[in-house]
Design a protein around this ligand. Structure first.
Ligand SMILES: Cc1cc2nc3c(=O)[nH]c(=O)nc-3n(C[C@H](O)[C@H](O)[C@H](O)COP(=O)(O)O)c2cc1C
Length: 190
């Protein structure tokens, strides 16, 4: 499939369930390959993910509900829990700080670069999941959930949670977007 065609298919899908027609091995392999292929500044490999599937995914969303102590509606959490899995995105602060110390002229750039690389990883995994026929949405319950997530998956304190991507079988297509006048954002000079 052409890149632009696949990008057009990637949307925020909220109506999901766990009756997916893709096996876990294929999902895992796709996420592994994308993670290996996405670039990072100085090739520092500061981007990390946790893939929570099946019961672990359900357990995660129950833990997220508990972390908010009832402040997030059960129905909203259940909407995410209904999916088949969650990709948790982290940046490894220890790796970023080590490189920043090594290349002091660019020290202040390493934090932003790390976030940029994480964003690259997010969009590529989001799009690759869609290519597998799965819908996904992007959530940010961090930092409230950080401790629970670290406990649940044995994550090192050096890793900072940046985003949670829920995926699953698509039950409903989102509304079509209005066509944008892209010349407001893409300025061409030739
Ligand atoms: C950096 C970033 C943060 C986002 N955070 C959230 C979020 O916390 N919750 C949510 O439901 N959607 C979130 N989204 C999804 C956007 O709202 C969505 O991508 C945008 O409205 C365009 O819709 P589309 O994904 O269907 O193309 C986020 C997207 C990006 C790129």
């Amino acid at each position: 499939m052409e890149l632009i065609e696949t990008l057009k298919l990637r949307r925020s899908y909220y109506a999901l369930d766990d009756k997916i027609n893709v096996n876990n091995e294929e999902i895992i392999k796709t996420i592994e390959e994308v993670t290996e292929l996405v670039p990072d500044a100085f090739d520092m490999k500061s981007q990390k993910v946790v893939v929570a599937l099946g019961d672990k995914h359900k357990e995660l969303w129950d833990a997220i509900y508990d972390a908010f102590d009832g402040k997030v509606a059960r129905e909203k959490i259940d909407m995410f829990k209904a999916g088949a899995g969650t990709v948790l995105f982290f940046t490894d602060k220890k790796i970023v700080d080590t490189l920043a110390n090594q290349f002091s002229d660019y020290a202040q750039n390493f934090g932003p670069w790390s976030l940029q690389s994480n964003g690259m990883l997010q969009i590529n995994i989001w799009t690759a999941l869609r290519e597998l026929g799965l819908g996904a949405n992007l959530q940010h319950y961090n930092p409230v959930i950080d401790e629970k997530v670290k406990e649940l998956f044995g994550i090192d304190d050096n890793e900072v949670l940046l985003a949670q991507m829920v995926f699953g079988n698509i039950l409903e297509e989102p509304e079509a977007k209005e066509k944008e006048d892209i010349s407001n954002r893409v300025r061409v000079f030739q």
